[in-house]
Ligand binder design. Sequence first.
Ligand SMILES: [Zn+2]
Length: 312
Amino acid sequence: MASPAEVVVAIDVGGTGLKGAVVDAAGRSSGVERRATPVTDGPEAVVGAVLDFAAELSGRGAVAGVGLAVPGIVDAEAGIVREAANLGWRELELGRRASERLGIPVSVLHDARAAAVAEGAAGAARGVADWLLLTLGTGVGAAVVVDGAFYLGPGGRGGELGHITIDPRGPTCACGRRGCLEAYASAGHIARHYTVRANRVSGAEEVVARAAAGDPVAEDVWAHALDALAIAIANYDALLDPDLVVIGGGLAAAGEELFGPLGRLVKGRSLSGEPPPVVPARFGERAGRLGAAITAWRAAGREDFGGWAAAA
Ligand SMILES: [Zn+2]
């Protein structure tokens, strides 16, 4: 008889790095590891790196399943990545290929939805039925939760708030259109706008710190990012009247520099004058990996993840 499953393997597949771990049923991670994503070697090399990483982690215990969080359009039910532009993936049967290689069930999900799974099951949005998650990283990821379930639309492409238009004459976005939320408020674009205008290379966190210290170019770039976020959140509020907005991703670490002014700007733009609270994600950058783990545990029949907040 097989030994009882003790852990799942969870990997957050990013455009620059793969973050993986083995996670037990109480939410404790071990063997947390980060590897480079070999994007320049082509799409198949990235698939190979993900499968190798999952196989290695699977050797570290009795594994019930695997969860893979992917930055792109995912058909979670079929385990197919429809499109992941940063990885060069199109119509990739990642779930089938991974489960054939590993011999265990594999769940594949959209990375922002993975983060929302973790925040909804055990984090900032636990017990909340109607809420929005925005992740501010290389891009702007979003997950729309209505009545306790993700709103996906018939083709699974719904809820991409990162690409709603803030200004049709605005800067060019990674999607090729102009003035998307992402083109103002992602860490990638904040860094780029500052670097071009100030003629000095700077990461987004540094831009926020410079803005707080009175650097006028940084102040202007950051003000545009905050305005764009406030417009997007106020529009979302007018449309769906959520109870909560959660912000995750690397930039959420900006803390009061982000949440202080953003809360005031959203209130100023809100139709009702009583917009939902805008709060930081509980799990920060770990949310995608933990959501992938929760999804793998759910596929294995587990239900209760309330204790993960303390353990993870
Ligand atoms: Zn866009």
